[in-house]
Design a protein around this ligand. Structure first.
Ligand SMILES: Cc1cc2nc3c(=O)[nH]c(=O)nc-3n(C[C@H](O)[C@H](O)[C@H](O)COP(=O)(O)OP(=O)(O)OC[C@H]3O[C@@H](n4cnc5c(N)ncnc54)[C@H](O)[C@@H]3O)c2cc1C
Length: 246
């Protein structure tokens, strides 16, 4: 059934499979896409917390991330092939993989029944401009990032804040300048986040077939960051999010 929508403005915030963005003619938009040879095998496990902190692990056997949810349920990921089938993974095989990537130096992962398994393929995409006429795209409808930098929700919230400022200014003063600047202001942060997510992904994941040089260089890069006050400050600033767009 067809519907006609009448509104001053439309916010297209309908996620990565957005219908709203298809309302923008292809000749009026540019889509930037980057595919990665990486994916995360994600689980939810009924287990106690393993640590007070979020753990990012770069190991010779591949990347792993241990995040803490509640006292009894934890979310964890390990790097896998993008075409991996979750049905091929028993709990034993999953925990063996985690152990080989994070256990050691006095750290031991706390394990338990796996209650959810999913494969998350990596992709960067940006659609620009994020505005067409009175349609404003926001969040995953306009851009996606690989999960390594944990930037997806952060970007979606920033878009909404910037759009709110534009609408607020328009309805209070009739001035459309901030609405006209919406796409540029939002994209400023989007491209910083794309860069950060790409960098974290390439620094922390081991490509299939990486040779000894590639592996040693990658550890050199990681050491350069963590042994430098400025390197740590850059990572912390980008990870926690930059100040609001201006
Ligand atoms: C497993 C996983 C883990 C993640 N972890 C993190 C993380 O740690 N940190 C982080 O920052 N980000 C994370 N993300 C990314 C984050 O979830 C997204 O970037 C964020 O949710 C984007 O928000 P959004 O509102 O743009 O889109 P969505 O959250 O996808 O919301 C879009 C909404 O639109 C609705 N919708 C779609 N089509 C229609 C339609 N035709 N009509 C009506 N409604 C419609 C959908 O039902 C949905 O409710 C993760 C994503 C996944 C999949």
């Amino acid at each position: 059934m067809d519907y006609e929508l009448q509104a001053d403005f439309v916010a297209g915030a309908d996620g990565s499979r957005s219908q709203a963005r298809s309302a923008i003619p292809e000749t009026r938009r540019q889509r930037y896409v980057h595919e990665y040879p990486f994916a995360w095998f994600g689980i939810l496990a009924e287990a106690p917390r393993s640590s007070d902190e979020l753990i990012y692990a770069n190991s010779a056997n591949g990347f792993a991330l241990i995040s803490q949810r509640t006292e009894t349920v934890q979310r964890m990921y390990f790097q896998c092939d993008p075409n991996e089938d979750v049905n091929n993974w028993s709990d034993d095989r999953i925990w063996e993989t985690f152990r080989s990537r994070v256990n050691g130096n006095g750290f031991e992962l706390k394990e338990g029944p796996v209650i959810d398994k999913t494969v998350l393929k990596f992709r960067s995409s940006v659609l620009a401009p994020m505005r067409h006429g009175r349609l404003f795209l926001a969040g995953d409808a306009a851009h996606t990032v690989p999960p390594t930098g944990a930037k997806g929700l952060n970007l979606a919230l920033n878009d909404v804040k910037v759009l709110f400022e534009g609408l607020d200014s328009f309805y209070k003063s009739g001035n459309a300048a901030l609405l006209d600047a919406y796409s540029d202001r939002a994209l400023d942060r989007v491209w910083k986040a794309q860069q950060f997510s790409y960098w974290m992904t390439s620094m922390l994941h081991t490509p299939a077939g990486a040779d000894d040089f590639a592996r040693a260089r990658q550890l050199g890069e990681l050491n350069s960051v963590v042994s430098s006050r400025h390197g740590r400050a850059y990572l912390a600033e980008a990870y926690t999010g930059w100040p609001g767009s201006h």
